[in-house]
Design a binder for this molecule. Structure first.
Ligand code: FES
Ligand code: FES
Length: 160
């Protein structure tokens, strides 16, 4: 059985139909081929699948696609505007906030939400804000530095 589903993804209207059991991350990766959103655990622990739904960061592996009915989704592919990286993406690049990059899309989406909720977050609050995102490579230090650089508005000025 397929159920009609309409939503907006990265500014584009999508009209499709899905099996009711389809997860939001499956819709994003398999139907829409937006493979920047990763699946690291499938059990809502790692945060690699984080996207924004109606302006809030959600773990797309733990939601049904139909829960996004009528909604607006932004994935990592939708963050850049007119070919220019979002300042958070630029900050991650500048501060080497990634190694293998597997966690990075989810980390960036969560980081954008974090600063939206708490623009003045201190280091401790940034670390706490990332508790839903696991990185197995970086030790988090450069991820925190990246978020602080973005927060400072000085992207483009960091020295490695
Ligand atoms: S894949 Fe969704 S939290 Fe890990
Ligand atoms: S950069 Fe490899 S898991 Fe985070």
């Amino acid at each position: 059985m397929s159920i009609p589903l309409s939503l907006t993804v990265n500014g584009k209207s999508i009209n499709t139909s899905v099996d009711p059991r389809t997860l939001l991350v499956q819709l994003i990766r398999e139907q829409l081929q937006l493979t920047g959103t990763h699946v690291g655990c499938d059990t809502a622990q790692c945060g690699a699948c984080t996207v924004h739904l109606n302006g809030r960061a959600v773990k797309s592996c733990s939601m049904l696609a139909l829960q996004a009915q009528g909604g607006t989704v932004t994935t990592i592919e939708g963050l850049a505007q007119n070919g220019t990286m979002h300042p958070m993406q630029a900050a991650f690049r500048e501060c080497h906030g990634l190694q293998c990059g597997f966690c990075t899309p989810g980390m960036v989406m969560s980081a954008v939400q974090l600063l939206k909720d708490k623009p003045q977050a201190n280091e401790q609050e940034i670390r706490e804000g990332l508790e839903g995102n696991i990185c197995r490579c970086t030790g988090y230090h450069n991820i925190v530095k990246s978020i602080q650089l973005c927060q400072s508005g000085k992207v483009g000025t960091a020295t490695a």
